[in-house]
Write a protein that binds this ligand. Sequence first.
Ligand SMILES: [Zn+2]
Ligand SMILES: [Zn+2]
Length: 169
Amino acid sequence: MTRFSLRTLRLRPGEEYRDEQPIALEPFEFGGERYLPVPATVPAELTITRATSGTVFRLRFEARIHGPCYRCLGDAVVEAKVDAREYQAVEPGDGEELRTQYVVDDMLDLSGWARDAIALALPDQILCRADCAGLCPVCGANLNVEPHEHEEERADSRWAALAELRDRL
Ligand SMILES: [Zn+2]
Ligand SMILES: [Zn+2]
């Protein structure tokens, strides 16, 4: 878990701190499945800008996420490009939007922030490829590997034959 101490950072209004910061990324759940960032540690650019009324935090990095495809459960890899901002007012008062949840006791929780930012940067569905055919609803086989359709059930064709007979009578 990567944290950044803000205690020794004494920025005055108008000043900016910028540095490359390695961040340990945690595995996370997405749509009920478990996903793993590979590599687990990525270089991120952290920028902290002090304004008169508060501090703006900006975090930029790219991560590769490995996990099951939403449709076929095969291996999927997606890239998440993160550019996140948080704001912490000098005197936040009771305002929720004036306080970032990632700053606690002068420590910036970079891992927690990165995990949430990745989740926001991911597509709605993680797929092995955009046109993944998924699993066959009848037999469960992977339709990417064995494209196929099932013939209509025998019973259906018997009913069809009966219907045809009835029409003729
Ligand atoms: Zn797939
Ligand atoms: Zn099938």
